[in-house]
Design a binder for this molecule. Structure first.
Ligand code: ADE
Ligand code: ZN
Length: 337
């Protein structure tokens, strides 16, 4: 099954570009930009990645982003991630970035978006990986800051397809960002949001009803609400689930008790994603392996994660058709060999 997973075309829909900052690049950028970091070696950095919940991760994750200053830094970060995509047979990726993490430190919005975008264009041309960019508001900050960020994104609508919502879910319900999401929708952005990761299943319902979200990021707490489950299945609302992230942040105690495969078998449109792979110990292929190791599945079931992700993506119908055919062919070839 390892060989099947390795070669399977993959589509990633939940990836924070700041969460792909590997300790090696962190050190390189810290030296290049003369930024002090509280670690002496990459081993020390990795040893510090012991999280007990979402907040304990976020504290160290925002600190790591301090080494990102110049456009080239954002380019290098994104390029390194795209090379990992190539190695994992990720054919399309929809990437989050957190502008406020950078603008609050005095880094210009344009610096961030232009650096990421330049790498994505390069990835399209030289690696054949398609991509889209989604800007997330930090939910621990206020709505006024989100509005200011949305204004800064307006001249970049050719580069940014959607807005999302991330950071501390507990205490920051979707309702807090209702108005700014309405404004984003009016301006033509698609919307997504993290919900039901640590927070209650009601955050998923609110995200659909108040934020106009077309996908839910994480959403694993949906199992607590039978009515919501029916709705997710009926409306085929995609959930961008991040299995290794959920283990590291204690959303589930062990992969064996993770609900992703049960959701798949109940016909929820679940997908597999890596969230913050540099911090959670694995990229796309590692996440697939971890799920399949704990929950034995058929090849058709594993490929369903890719089919779901293609459907849930923000690609055109033509592109969805192309990737679906690519995956159908892969499955057929593998069965025949
Ligand atoms: N920012 C980066 N990763 C996140 C996660 N898993 N949940 C909420 N905010 C995040
Ligand atoms: Zn996330």
């Amino acid at each position: 099954m390892n060989q099947f997973i390795a070669g399977l075309p993959k589509v990633e829909l939940h990836l924070h570009i700041e969460g792909t900052l590997e300790p090696e690049l962190m050190f390189e950028l810290a030296a290049r930009n003369q930024i002090a970091i509280p670690f002496n070696s990459t081993e020390e950095v990795r040893a510090a990645y012991q999280f007990h919940n979402l907040q304990s991760f976020l504290d160290i994750y925002y600190q790591g982003a301090n080494v990102l200053i110049h456009e080239q830094d954002f380019y290098d970060l994104t390029w390194a991630y795209l090379l990992r995509c190539k190695a994992d047979n990720v054919v399309h990726t929809e990437i989050f970035f957190d502008p406020q993490t950078h603008t609050d430190r005095g880094v210009a919005f344009d610096t961030v978006v232009n650096g990421i975008h330049r790498a994505l264009e390069q990835g399209r041309e030289t690696l054949g990986i398609s991509s889209l960019l989604i800007m997330c508001f930090l939910r621990h900050l206020d709505q006024a800051s989100a509005f200011a960020t949305l204004e800064q994104a307006m001249p970049h609508q050719d580069k940014i397809v959607g807005v999302g919502l991330d950071s501390s879910e507990l205490g920051n319900p979707p309702e807090k960002f209702k108005d700014v999401f309405q404004r984003a929708l009016q301006a033509g952005f698609l919307t997504v949001a993290h919900a039901g990761e640590e927070g209650p299943s009601d955050n998923i319902t609110q995200t659909l009803d108040l934020l106009g979200a077309t996908r839910i990021d994480h959403g694993v707490r949906c199992s607590d609400d039978p009515e919501l489950m029916k709705r997710l299945i009926l409306e085929q609302v995609p959930l961008t689930v991040c299995p290794l992230s959920n283990l590291k942040l204690n959303v589930f105690e062990e992969m064996e008790s993770h609900n992703i495969v049960e959701l798949l078998r109940n016909k929820v449109c679940v997908t597999i994603n890596s969230d913050d792979p540099a911090y959670f110990g694995g990229y796309m292929t590692d996440n697939f392996h971890a799920v399949v190791q704990a929950h034995p599945m058929s090849r058709e079931e594993i490929a369903r994660f890719t089919f779901n992700a293609i459907q849930a993506s923000f690609l055109s119908e033509v592109e969805k058709q192309r990737l679906t055919q690519l995956t159908v062919n892969y499955l057929a070839c593998f069965e025949a060999s």
